[in-house]
Design a protein around this ligand. Structure first.
Ligand code: KG4
Ligand code: ZN
Length: 350
């Protein structure tokens, strides 16, 4: 089965052709980063308009790189939640038009399920695929949660804990912004942190309670803001690298500690990571160390599979199509995920 996947939930217009075995026949990602960079964040209306310009050429390129015509594919998968309403609508309406015109089945895919299953995509640089059940950390600009995954469908995925406030990627982006580093901040902080001393600034670790799988990242961001207000912005490159490394290690420590605690609690030996922040070198190295020390098995997709892409959506959709799922032309969009949240924003027991 060859499935066309379309992704337009945020600031990447992406399309891919993938088989139900996870073989990636094509994977085209067109980023809007340059468009939003002057504003220091994604501007929803600009995102929708740019998706409209880009989506058909991106789909055409995905089909041509896979050397298939629209008529030769077996179905269409499209991200229909969660994300920016206007941005999602562009992908979903195009998917419906193509499905109607070529008489192909269509399924909606939850973007988070896509990130959770990116580890199953095959390619030259792909590690071995995980086996069920596994613990998954999805850590991106909009989401930070830990899941127990028993099956590759929304009903087989349960949130064990998540952030109560900012997503980890959001904290990276906001810290980079307040340090005047540009957008998106994650990759820039990652690069700077590589040459810094993570112990230079004593950034507090939020919600250290061993029992809780809930996380919080807005306090770390506020700590960095008040540190800069108190001592002034870093004047030398070394001080900037140290501050980035100290901030990053506080985020990474929290993510690793909570993910390992979840695996222990559920007595599961396999950990999978996904989402844009999973491209972070500090996080990848810390997870490798933590898993090796506990004889846990870690599966981390290639960085290009961690950030938003169409291949993960095509694959998640292929599994739905293969078991007979179909959505109608009344398929709607939503700003929220279909995966039930157990973590509420704000207070609670630590
Ligand atoms: O999954 P993604 O591409 O889009 C969302 O669904 O949000 O994630 C984007 C987020 C941004 O916050 C970006 O700064 C962060 O992932 N990110 C990183 C790195 N690469 C991307 N954060 C830390 N280190 C990186 N290398
Ligand atoms: Zn994402």
């Amino acid at each position: 089965m060859r499935v066309l996947g379309i992704e337009s939930s945020c600031d990447e217009t992406a399309a891919a052709v993938v088989t139900e075995q996870g073989e990636v026949l094509s994977d085209v990602v067109r980023s809007q980063v340059a468009l939003h960079a002057p504003f220091g964040g994604v501007v929803p209306e600009l995102a929708s308009r740019d998706h409209m310009r880009a989506v058909l050429p991106v789909v055409q390129e995905a089909l041509s790189r896979a050397a298939v015509s629209l008529h030769e594919i077996d179905g269409i998968a499209v991200t229909n939640r969660p994300g920016l309403m206007g941005a999602l609508l562009v992908g979903v309406q195009v998917a419906k038009g193509l499905a109607f015109g070529a008489d192909k089945p269509i399924v909606g895919v939850d973007h988070l399920v896509g990130h959770l299953l990116a580890a199953f995509l095959r390619g030259s640089d792909a590690p071995e695929v995980p086996s069920f059940p596994f613990i998954a950390l999805v850590v991106s600009g909009g989401h930070t949660s830990i899941y127990r995954v028993d099956a590759p469908f929304a009903e087989g995925i349960r949130e064990l804990g998540g952030t109560r406030d900012d997503a980890a990627g959001e904290a990276f982006d906001k810290v980079a912004k307040l340090l005047g580093l540009g957008y998106p901040g994650g990759p820039i902080v990652d690069r700077l942190a590589a040459s810094g001393n993570p112990a230079a600034v004593d950034v507090p670790r939020p919600m250290p309670g061993a029992q809780s799988l809930e996380m919080s990242f807005s306090g770390i961001k506020t700590f960095v803001a008040s540190h800069v207000a108190r001592v002034g912005p870093p004047k030398q490159d070394g001080a900037l690298a140290d501050l980035c490394a100290s901030f990053q290690s506080a985020v990474v420590d929290t993510l690793v500690r909570k993910t390992v605690a979840a695996a222990r609690r559920e007595r599961i030996g396999t950990i999978v990571v996904g989402g844009g922040v999973a491209a972070n070198r500090g996080l990848r190295a810390a997870l490798q160390r933590a898993c090796a020390a506990r004889e846990m098995h870690l599966v981390v997709p290639a960085p290009s599979r961690c950030t938003d892409n169409g291949a993960m959506i095509a694959y998640a959709g292929a599994l739905r199509l293969a078991r007979g799922d179909r959505d109608g032309f009344d398929l709607g969009v939503s700003t929220t995920s279909s995966l039930p949240r157990t973590t509420r924003r704000g207070g609670g027991k630590r």
